[in-house]
Design a protein around this ligand. Structure first.
Ligand code: TRP
Ligand code: SF4
Length: 549
């Protein structure tokens, strides 16, 4: 194994593999057909209902459902836009995203962007958390503002941990994050309870969300305690915190169980905005589908308008009735609106909607729009701006008038690691995971006694090859032990499925690499231990030892 990444300067081998869907890449092989699951191997109960519960067990029955049901997008689609993608991206461990493009674009253009994630200090940090540490650190190395926070309010309210336990675990998370390469001089570390700006922002965001909404998203009920709800708005504030000084693309690397939080945060970010910017064709309001039909009618104006420079709404209605473009529902409603507008010209425009603006900000926007404009009670139509210019202007006026101007936060999702004993990797089952604090020899032993995707006899393995796709040991190679070395990961995979690699030797090699990794990691942790006191984060909470339950 090498840690030399020079071969990545030559992107073409990776590129080829990506194109051909080379078998060693897990997502390609796994999304192939049968629901062979990365976390547990067998379909969990209720597998056709993908559920995402941030406080439940994090077994995701089938990652494909996340794309279909929740609209998470496949990471592979943005991968070509990411400069120097991290190996977790290249290997499909990071499998999904929401709206990552603005982050990739900022990275390419050297524009400001941020990455933030949070850790609930409920136990020791383990190799699953390392994925998120690595993701934050990598974004920091790509030039992003990096943030890591300790979700102590959440651990106390949702998991009932005492403040003493929280302090101890928090220190352990931070040491591992630092040992893995987080630069605290460039980045920001905080704990939720200690960050006044986050608390203030949480309060403001809480004014935009109500109980019914949290109930629908998180299944909260009358028994849910209020601190738990407060921890939700706190997380919303965490997610938007990097944008407090200025709006910027921000990525939140998390497991897919956190997606409900992301959807709410994206909603709240939009709800806080002063103005909405949409396209319109006449004075009336239209939704997205109706707008598509209006666009078609407008584009066809030469065919029907008495004066093609001044098509009338009524003429467009006749054209739509005659041509019957789909969908029928939207067509009927838009035809009715056009009929009603009658002689009014059909004319494309950019519309600013007043969402959350103060009166002063609305006035300031009117003032700031150059060229032809028409001012209504709740919106302004403009004729000389394109969409991007209008978005920019709306944000600027909002910022100048005291608003946040948030961009919707983006997220990336990684696969959960399979437990070493099969089933899911769980902090509460020590043999299922490798803690970053495990004695290196224990780490060695855990790998040696891990379940594998091997066949029952060596003979059968030579003949049929091992099942690397179902093997927790292979996962260790792909997620951690190969580091940046794609060649090595591929070699293990190919040798395994080709029957040249037998589990005994394979586990021995993995166990040695794990032992070595833990040794090095813990040496670096020890170095940081002395410097921890210098950091700008309080690891000794001065709280009364109440029970959280
Ligand atoms: N809820 C997260 C967890 O359970 C922790 C968390 C708190 C978080 N605030 C966050 C994660 C902000 C991402 C971004 O682990
Ligand atoms: Fe897993 Fe290695 Fe055995 Fe293949 S050879 S099944 S990768 S332990």
């Amino acid at each position: 194994m090498t840690t030399d990444d020079s071969h990545h300067d030559d992107a073409s081998p990776d590129e080829d593999r990506r194109q051909s869907g080379g078998a060693w890449r897990e997502p390609d092989t796994r999304s192939g057909g049968d629901p062979v699951l990365p976390d547990g191997g067998t379909e969990a109960e209720g597998a056709d209902e993908a559920t995402l519960d941030p406080w439940g067990s994090s077994t995701i029955a089938d990652y494909r459902k996340l794309f279909e049901q929740f609209g998470i997008e496949e990471f592979d689609e943005v991968l070509p836009e990411v400069p120097n993608p991290h190996y977790l991206m290249r290997r499909g461990v990071i499998f999904g995203h929401r709206d990552y493009r603005p982050v990739a674009e900022a990275m390419r253009n050297d524009d400001p962007f941020a990455a933030l994630s949070g850790f609930m200090p409920t136990g020791d940090p383990h190799i699953g958390h390392k994925l998120v540490f690595d993701e934050i650190i990598w974004h920091q190395q790509q030039g992003g503002d990096a943030y890591a926070l300790i979700a102590d309010l959440e651990a106390h309210s949702a998991r009932g941990l005492s403040w003493d336990e929280i302090d101890e675990h928090a220190t352990n998370y931070l040491l591992s994050l630092l040992a893995l390469g987080f630069d605290p001089d460039e980045g920001t570390l905080y704990r939720q309870s200690d960050n006044r700006e986050v608390q203030d922002l949480a309060f403001e965001l809480g004014a935009e969300a109500n109980f019914s909404e949290l109930q629908a998203i998180y299944d909260f009920d009358g028994e849910t305690d209020i601190s738990h709800m407060q921890s939700v708005v706190t997380q919303m504030a965490d997610i938007l915190y990097p944008q407090l000084d200025e709006p910027k693309p921000t990525v939140i690397p998390v497991g897919p169980d956190q997606d409900p939080h992301m959807r709410l945060a994206r909603d709240l970010a939009a709800r806080m905005r002063y103005f909405g910017v949409t396209e319109a064709f006449a004075s009336f309001e239209a939704d997205g589908v109706e707008r598509t039909l209006l666009r078609q009618a407008y584009d066809a104006r030469e065919d029907y308008a008495e004066d093609a420079d001044r098509p009338r709404c009524g003429e467009a209605a006749d054209w739509l009735r005659e041509h019957q473009p789909a969908p029928a529902d939207a067509r009927e409603s838009v035809v009715a609106k056009l009929d009603e507008a009658g002689k009014e010209p059909l004319r494309p425009r950019i519309r600013f909607l007043d969402r959350n603006a103060t009166d002063e900000a609305f006035e300031a926007l009117i003032e700031a729009i150059d060229g032809e404009k028409r001012v209504y009670d709740e919106h302004i139509d403009t004729f000389d701006l394109d969409h991007a210019e209008a978005e920019e202007l709306a944000r600027q006026v909002e910022l100048d008038n005291g608003g946040y101007g948030f961009q919707p936060p983006s997220s990336i999702y990684h696969r959960f690691m399979t437990g070493l004993t099969g089933g899911k990797m769980s902090s509460s089952i020590p043999a299922s995971h490798i803690s970053l604090l495990d004695d290196p020899e224990d780490g060695y032993d855990k790998v040696k006694s891990a379940t594998t995707g091997g066949r029952s006899t060596a003979e059968e393995q030579r003949e049929k090859g091992g099942k690397a796709d179902e093997c927790p040991v292979y996962e260790l190679y792909a997620y951690l032990l190969s580091g940046d070395d794609d060649e090595f990961a591929k070699e293990v995979y190919d040798e395994c499925v080709g029957g040249e690699r037998l589990c005994g030797g394979c586990k021995e090699q993995a166990a040695e690499l794990m032992e070595q990794f833990l040794e090095e990691h813990q040496e670096k942790r020890a170095e940081w231990e002395d410097k921890l006191a210098e950091l700008d984060i309080d690891l000794d909470s001065d709280r009364a030892p109440t029970s959280a339950d």
